[in-house]
Design a protein around this ligand. Structure first.
Ligand SMILES: [Zn+2]
Length: 262
């Protein structure tokens, strides 16, 4: 083999090794899931459609700096009005022209603030876009926007079920306490992957999230909404310990902010 060919060969092998994701296991059948810290996720469909969920990025102490800037987004899904979930929604929508999918009351607030492309929907409804079915589901929480000393009504809090064009289904629970109808979400939408808050104080803790995982019966769970602020005391270690004991059929993927699975 010529020396230049050998160099090329070594370089291609290196490139191949470097491009293997951190979790070599295929979970998303071509759907890429990146954890951005707190409750923020970036999902990319097999066709390259980019979805941001609760994009709290610039003010998020856990988001890696290189992921705070968004170049492309097609859809932004926001579960409720709290600042650590609305986050950079307005700025990203303005820059990328992405549609913002939210409950109507929060949608009206965002429109008043300059958003041009808001899709207001409500719980139980499904919105179809880019070949994906996005269903808004219940969440047990509160929802409002604080401006100075004013608290503004932002509609109900929600969760989202996203069914991609290849059938792969992701459930983002939003901020929520445990509720029995998660069993229905499991039965009706059969999420392959559930994103569940475990931090306690404002949402479920690891014990309740383990019970939620049992009701949902999904193949994979990614814990979220923990460790961002000192008040969120639930830990991934405790969640993994409980899940291994009580819901061994569901695999827990503990992602560091910035880490991607597909
Ligand atoms: Zn909240």
């Amino acid at each position: 083999m010529k020396k230049s060919n050998l160099v090329l060969c070594v370089m291609s092998i290196l490139l191949l090794v470097l491009s293997v994701p951190l979790h070599a296991e295929e979970i998303g059948r071509g759907v890429k899931v990146t954890y951005l810290g707190h409750a923020a996720f970036k999902l990319v469909s097999p066709n390259g459609v980019v979805i941001y969920l609760d994009p709290f990025l610039s003010g998020n102490p856990k988001t890696p700096p290189e992921l705070k800037t968004v170049e492309k987004a097609d859809l932004i899904l926001v579960t409720h009005g709290h600042a650590d979930h609305v986050g950079d929604t307005l700025a990203i929508a303005e820059k990328t022209n992405a549609k913002i999918v939210v409950i109507p009351e929060l949608g009206r607030y965002l429109t008043r603030k300059g958003a041009k492309n808001v899709v207001g929907m409500n719980k139980g409804g499904t919105y179809t876009s880019h070949g994906m079915a996005i269903t808004m589901v219940h969440a047990l929480h509160s929802s409002s926007i604080t401006e100075g000393d004013q608290v503004i009504y932002a509609g109900d809090p929600a969760g989202f079920v996203i069914r991609f064009e290849n059938g792969f289904t992701v459930y983002h629970a939003g901020d929520t306490g445990l509720f029995g109808d998660m069993k229905l979400i499991g039965e009706i939408y059969k999420p392959d992957l559930s994103l569940l808050p475990i931090g306690s104080h404002f949402t479920m803790d690891p014990r309740e999230a383990t019970y939620a995982a049992k009701l949902l019966g999904s193949k994979y769970v990614i814990p979220m909404h923990y460790g961002t602020f000192p008040v969120l005391t639930g830990t991934a270690e405790e969640f993994v310990r409980l899940m291994t004991k009580e819901v061994p059929k569901t695999k827990v993927l503990v992602l560091k902010p910035g880490q991607m699975v597909q």
